[in-house]
Write a protein that binds this ligand. Structure first.
Ligand code: GLA
Length: 753
């Protein structure tokens, strides 16, 4: 490692600056905010101007919140590193800077050493092209005896005007439940011990200035890219300084570093904006969209049909073929055979682990179904849950010692299943062999990789084994991908229990939630979208009555909700009417027409004074087009909805505003009269939309009006050749947005000449 020895390092991004102070021996984030001119980062004046006063009755030196804050340097908050040697020494290290290098990629690498504790610390800090901060820390045992590592987390110092927190709770069928709270003195801790990313302890938070909104305020987002146990600590110290620590939650004795061994934290991702939550979240999206494997415009997200809620375990070739026919008829492009196809899997009590086709149900194998599906022009996908095993399975009967559990204790079952110890090379090879054979011998383009239980007493031998299991899961997916690079993989874990940036290095979609209830989905998807862009968010249209809540929703509402993700259908189309399928087909055509915009544009949420109205949408990268959904998520507070203000468009640009037709829309709500523009059409400027706002109809609870805004001049969309739609409220729609067979179709009123 080479490089000039500077005390301050300025990583200057497009709109962000990160200034790191190296004077304490380990880099500390001295500033992370809007971009500073280079002249502002003058070491002498910076240090003099930022070194705080010391009050009486304090330590004589100020503790520094470095990336790994040290008790031994006077830091009075949570230390970044905890551990010790067999004799108890080395528990409170204090590092000195040994080397530093500033790279061309807006990155800093440092090496710090504590010879007394026998530890070395390497920090890597990078500001990527999306202005996303990426941090990782490595500790190496340079001593002569083992070092037991209890925790290593990276600490991100935030300024004192970050005084509110947004964190995520959740549950099965209720993921990404965003919670706001003041960030008060003390410690807010999120500890996840589930052995997966979790439903209820998402390793992410946003901190922001007082009352930050989607469009206003300083906001810092932080995320730990890790699919196993994790801890986040948001701490306000008694001196008012604050830090967020993110790291793996290590179980007792899980990491013991032999001399020469190292441990590296998962990567920490950070996104800052001075313009509120949307812009910070947008940086995370831009980061994910820059992945080499990210599906770009050349790989539009195929509309899929998933068989789970259609047939569950009742696999029958004729039924599944007929379902494929219906899927093709409505325009699906991918067909995913869910749980129930493999040996002995007639319900959820047996079969997991026996990854070969069940010959009782599939007497001629899967080929007849796959040939039928691919013959219809659809890609074939298949469900697996490789990490799991049912005690009632051939593999468990042959290898009861393969499970990740403690020998001398009765294991806790979850959904009748145990967890295989993937860190055992025999298990790893067994799974890789069977998964490889499945993909090699069938025409499969897509794998839904599930993981359906929390880890409890997960022991690898006598030691806690969640860390080794998490790494082995990554290694297994990587090995399979290396053999089948064209197969896409969906990350599912009882719905959205495994959604994080590390799993997304090796997967292409996340199953957001097992709830297809469109009302639940409004908040689940909003929470999910703070971290992940729409094209990675599985969003399915379920049946009229939700299987998880028994709540009924119109097709229009279900479709408008699923519109903003990677669209799928999870509905037994064999039990639908002709009208329903025609409407579904029209909607899918509409979705295909707009998915280019939806999957590349900027996600925006528009704060509305009436919390019963949820407004969000996608604004095209060129700001010339947007689709916005206005949804009544509960009974309204006022007699009429206040204007909806839509920011993010070009102030001077004129935009046509139209209602996007959802299938079987029916009535909006109890309108004596809808806003005139809905009948007459409207062209307004971006400034009008952002500052004055648009009147919207009175909406029934659990219904949506979808708005399409597009530049009024200079492209084909401005050719106002209309077909009219929308029973009872003839709304003008450009002809190109209406399936051809509907043009002038009675009984819709027609304005074509
Ligand atoms: C989990 C998934 C579902 C479905 C079932 C199958 O619950 O989240 O989507 O695949 O498993 O058993």
């Amino acid at each position: 490692m080479v490089g000039e020895q500077a005390t301050l390092v300025h990583l200057a991004g497009e709109a962000c600056s990160v200034v790191l102070d190296l004077s304490s021996g380990v880099p500390a984030i001295s500033y992370w905010g809007s971009r500073l001119p280079e002249a502002a980062v003058d070491p002498a004046s910076w240090i003099s101007a930022t070194t705080p006063a010391i009050s009486q009755a304090s330590l004589d030196q100020t503790g520094v919140i470095s990336l790994v804050p040290e008790r031994a340097s006077g830091h009075l908050g949570r230390p970044g590193l905890a551990g010790h040697r067999p004799d108890g020494s080395g528990w409170s290290p204090r590092f000195s800077l040994a080397e530093q290098a500033v790279g061309a990629q807006r990155d800093l690498q440092t090496r710090s050493v504590d010879q007394i504790a026998g530890l070395e610390l390497r920090c890597v800090v990078r500001l990527d092209p999306a202005d996303v901060l990426i941090v990782a820390v490595t500790v190496t045992n340079i001593g002569n005896d083992p070092y037991q590592l209890d925790s290593l987390a990276a600490s991100i110092a935030l300024p004192q005007h970050a005084d509110e927190l947004l964190t995520f709770a959740g549950r099965w069928c209720g993921e990404f439940d965003a919670q706001r709270a003041p960030w008060a003195v003390g410690l807010t801790s999120i500890e996840n011990r589930t052995g997966r990313t979790s439903h209820d302890r998402v390793p992410a938070l946003f901190a922001g200035s007082t009352a930050f909104t989607h469009g206003r305020g300083d906001v810092w987002g932080l995320h730990l890219a890790w699919s196993g146990n994790a801890s986040l600590h948001a701490e306000v110290l008694i001196d008012g300084t604050r830090q967020v620590q993110l790291g793996e939650l290590l179980l007792p004795g899980e990491i013991v570093l032999a001399p020469g061994d190292s441990y590296t934290t998962p990567e920490i991702y950070g996104a800052y904006s001075s313009n509120g939550l949307d812009a910070a979240s947008g940086r995370f999206h831009r980061h994910l969209r820059s992945r080499a494997t990210h599906p770009g415009p050349d790989r539009p997200r195929p509309v899929l049909l998933n068989t789970w809620e259609a047939v569950y375990f009742n696999h029958d070739l004729d039924t599944l073929k007929a379902l494929a026919d219906r899927a093709a008829e409505v325009g699906a492009e991918r067909y995913v055979l869910d749980d129930g196809w493999f040996h002995g899997r007639r319900d959820d009590t047996a079969g997991l682990g026996d990854w070969w086709v069940d010959s009782d149900v599939w007497s001629n194998g899967l080929e007849p179904l796959i040939e039928h599906v691919t013959g219809l022009g659809l890609e074939f996908g298949i469900w697996v849950e490789p990490e799991m095993v049912n005690p009632d399975s051939d593999v468990y009967r042959a290898h009861p010692d393969w499970v990740l559990t403690a020998d001398d204790y009765d294991p806790v079952l979850g959904r009748n299943q145990l967890v295989l110890n993937l860190a055992n090379p025999e298990v790893f090879e067994y799974l890789l062999g069977h998964l490889d054979a499945l993909l090699a011998s069938h025409d499969v383009g897509y794998v839904k990789w599930d993981m359906n239980r929390n880890l409890t007493h997960a022991s690898n031998g006598s030691r806690a084994g969640v860390h080794s299991q998490t790494l082995a899961v990554y290694a297994l997916i990587d090995a399979l991908r290396a053999r089948h690079p064209d197969v896409e993989i969906e990350s599912c874990s009882s719905g959205g229990g495994r959604a994080d940036f590390e799993i997304l290095k090796r997967t292409d979609r996340v199953w957001t939630s097992d709830s297809n209830d469109a009302l639940d989905r409004q908040s689940i998807q909003r929470g999910f979208s703070y971290l992940f862009p729409p094209e990675l968010m599985g969003a399915h249209i379920g049946p009229p009555t939700s299987h998880t809540t028994r709540r009924r929703h119109s097709l229009a509402f279900r479709a408008a909700t699923a519109f903003f993700g990677h669209l799928g259908i999870e509905w037994n189309l064999l039990k639908t009417s002709d009208d329903e399928r025609v409407a579904l087909g029209e909607f899918i055509a509409l979705y295909k027409q707009h998915r280019g915009l939806l999957h590349t544009g900027d996600v925006r949420r528009f704060d509305h004074p009436d919390a019963s109205l949820s407004v969000h949408g996608v604004v095209g990268a060129d700001q010339l087009e947007a689709i916005v959904a206005v949804t009544q998520v509960a009974s309204r507070q006022a007699t009429k909805p206040g204007p909806v203000r839509i920011a993010g468009l070009l102030p001077e640009q004129r935009y046509a505003v139209q209602v996007l037709p959802m299938p079987q829309q029916g009535r909006w709500g109890s309108n004596h009269r809808i806003p005139p523009w809905m009948e007459d059409g409207l062209v307004v400027t971006g400034a009008f939309l952002a500052q004055v706002g648009l009147a919207v109809p009175v909406l029934d609870p659990e219904s949506t009006v979808m708005l399409h805004l597009f530049e009024r001049s200079g492209n084909a969309r401005a050719a106002f050749e209309f077909a009219a739609i929308q029973p009872g409220a003839s709304v003008l729609i450009p002809l190109e947005h209406v399936p051809e067979r509907l043009h002038c179709r009675p009984p819709l009123p027609c304005t074509c000449s």
